[in-house]
Design a protein around this ligand. Structure first.
Ligand code: NI
Length: 168
């Protein structure tokens, strides 16, 4: 008798905390072991990021003060999950638009490194190193800042702009 395997496809979305919520200004704690709860958190963060058409999402943005971020620049690489990410080296400079799911409808000009080398753990707590340029480098810097309680608005040159939904 053939076994029938049912795939569980359950989407779960978490509320995205908005700028002004104190949780966004706090420093996150490292994740010391992978647990079912943290796996669920990561899955929910991915669902929430894709649902909101975001490029990245960090733990505190869903109210969890743990050092975990998810990123997908939409360039076909698929989701990047980084547990306890640490930026090792940066170089170069890029200046461009940045936005954040915690500040919908706004964008601002931010200068970031153009190259980032970082180390992190994946969902199975295997350590990996990543080298990134362009948008991915920008996204890693933006998300790691969230883990230390920082928003991109602290770095904006000039003033924030209103953007329509289609521009985001
Ligand atoms: Ni953000």
């Amino acid at each position: 008798m053939a076994a029938i395997i049912f795939m569980e496809v359950e989407m779960a979305f978490r509320n995205i905390r908005l700028q002004g919520d104190p949780v966004l200004g706090k420093k996150c704690r490292e994740i010391t072991e992978m647990t079912p709860r943290i796996r669920e958190l990561i899955e929910d963060m991915l669902d929430t990021m894709y649902e909101a058409n975001g490029v990245g999402l960090a733990g505190p943005q869903v109210g969890v003060l743990k050092r975990v971020v998810v990123i997908d620049t939409g360039e076909g690489e698929g989701p990047l999950v980084m547990v306890n990410p640490v930026i090792l080296t940066t170089s170069g400079e890029q200046t461009g638009d940045e936005g954040c799911l915690s500040l919908p409808g706004k964008a601002g000009t931010v200068t970031r490194p153009d190259y980032v080398k970082a180390v992190a753990y994946d969902r199975d707590m295997n350590q990996f190193t990543i080298e990134a340029t362009d948008l991915l480098a920008r996204a890693i810097c933006h998300e790691v800042d969230h883990l230390d309680g920082h928003m991109y608005t602290e770095l904006v040159q000039g003033s924030l702009r209103d953007v329509s939904y289609d521009d985001e």
